[in-house]
Design a binder for this molecule. Sequence first.
Ligand code: SAH
Length: 359
Amino acid sequence: MTGSPTRPDVAEFDRAELEAWLERHGTPAFHARQIFSWMYRRGVTDFGAMTDLARPLRAMLAAELACSTPRLADRERSTDGTEKFLLALADGRQIESVFIPDSPANTLCLSTQVGCAMQCAFCLTGRMGLTRHLTAGEIAGQVRVLAGSLDLPPDRFNIVLMGMGEPLHNYDQTMKALRILADPHGLHVSPRRVTLSTVGIVPGLDRLAAEPWMPNLAVSLHATTDEVRARLVPTSRKHPIAEVIDACRRFPLRRRSRITFEYVLLDGVNDTAEDARRLVRLLAGIRAKVNLIPLNEAAGIPFARPSDAGINAFAAILADHGLTVSVRKSRGRDIRAACGQLIVEGLGRSPAQRAADAM
Ligand code: SAH
């Protein structure tokens, strides 16, 4: 049997789509459960090896469907156990994903785009610009590669969408990837184990608010005035702080769950006592917790990390006003796997190159 020239990629199918495809090919829909289990629970993508399917079905699948997986191109391990994975996609583009071991749970940090369009002033990924969105299969595929390489048992890890890219800027593919990862016949990841981190694109937040499958939400606030926020997070010019906060107020939360507000601390820029007090006022009445992220410094990033005393003083003001505060540990800094340090060297396009591309 010869396959069609452009075979559909099963890695891009959610289970309902795979069921529909099987039925169109004269095959009972329930085989989709077995295929999902092989792909996501056992890491098997070779249809020939799916031994609980009849041989003719295996042959038909192999002839008619592709199953692509990001290729592990490099893997680096930090002294703290964090591992950074460089993955090559079918078109040769590269992304990074990070494994952060911890107890009680390990965390996988996934990318949603090659590069990022948000251009936050303190983030290296922003320097790359946006090369392209990832597909749902490429987002979910990162979990297959990492879980397989690390031999992680299914549904025993947390997922954070905090790698390269802005998940709400690639909304449909990101939500489809989460649906694939949540499938009970696949990895069966619970929404409580997934955190989506966003700059706060308001229409995206409102769409997310209506999703049946609702991940935890983290909003990168980073400033308490629109002037400072516009400097740090340029895309926030479209959505002033008050609009983002209003969208968070309308956001439905499960019992006992809270919105995390991420706040990068930059020495002398957004870390004054006045900032801390304004942050308390902004978050009044929201079920919030604050995650302070002391800047991970890097060459070319024109900001500095405050002193530990400064970080503690800022945290103390929030805590004194009843906010739950945590200070994010910087993991994997020695291998540039920490927040804001993911960048694929060489493939990023400089502004001059992008201008040339556009001509
Ligand atoms: N696009 C998403 C995910 C970004 S990465 C978002 O904006 O939320 C996760 C967090 O790391 C964000 O809060 C981001 O602003 C922050 N971050 C980026 N660069 C950083 C750096 N150099 N040091 C510390 N945190 C950084």
